[in-house]
Design a binder for this molecule. Structure first.
Ligand code: DQA
Length: 226
């Protein structure tokens, strides 16, 4: 089980062979099944130390998986592996009811549920970000929102909403994608964001504006005074 009680840095990858290289800096591995070759075999053969957060992102939310039942079946199967401590499920998949049995399977196997939403066009209004995270909290243990920053100042409202939920005792994970939002990946955790994502190798970024793993670990630890 990945409780996300505190900031959890995930090495985001489509290749579980990255795990040994991630161990020194990451708390967990985000396994992007939708970007992976033979994800089922990779999961079956995984014997690394780090727990897995499993994501099978559909193409409407920035991933490469078709948004079909097979995508959800793969998540339901994934939670049966002991190494899987959490799954990521899109908010739209929860709102349309298709995520219910996936969440149930996760709970049954002691895996946390991260309910996520992505905005690749911009940063929604403050009250809308609050609303999206609030909706996601209805379904998941952690509500995650990744927006796109066009200006550096777009991050201000995101930080403040993150802080509000943290003060209310809710688990949220936030980040602004894109160059203008890059600093949010280090700053949002200072205000309570529970999850960070970074590739071991910067060439393998899973979203725009990500730092490499060692850099993000250093920045977050520094800023949070670890
Ligand atoms: O949802 C997220 C967050 C993310 O998009 C990011 O911006 O770091 C990276 C993805 O791998 C992950 O699934």
């Amino acid at each position: 089980m990945l409780p996300f009680d505190d900031f959890t840095l995930c090495a985001a990858t489509a290749d579980l062979a990255d795990e040994p290289a991630a161990r020194g800096h990451a708390d967990a591995v985000e396994f992007r099944m939708d970007l992976a070759e033979n994800p089922t075999a990779q999961l079956r053969d995984y014997d690394g130390d780090l727990p897995l957060l499993v994501t099978n992102r559909h193409d409407g939310q920035g991933g490469e998986a078709a948004d079909d039942e097979a995508r959800l079946d793969a998540l339901r199967d994934a939670v049966e592996h002991d190494a899987v401590g959490a799954i990521d499920l899109e908010l739209d998949t929860c709102l349309d009811g298709r995520g219910r049995t996936v969440r149930e399977a996760a709970r049954e196997h002691g895996a946390s549920v991260v309910v996520s939403a992505h905005d690749f066009d911009g940063t929604p209004l403050r009250q809308d970000m609050r609303g999206i995270l609030g909706n996601a909290l209805e379904y998941g243990d952690v509500a995650k929102l990744a927006v796109t920053a066009v200006e550096r100042t777009d991050v201000l409202d995101l930080v403040s909403v993150t802080h509000e939920y943290d003060v209310e005792g809710e688990r949220v994970a936030t980040m602004a994608m894109g160059e203008a939002g890059r600093h949010s990946r280090a700053v949002c955790p200072v205000y309570g964001s529970r999850i960070g994502y970074a590739p071991v190798d910067p060439a393998d970024a899973t979203a725009p504006g990500q730092y490499d793993l060692a850099t993000l670990r250093g920045l977050v630890d520094d800023l949070r005074g670890a």
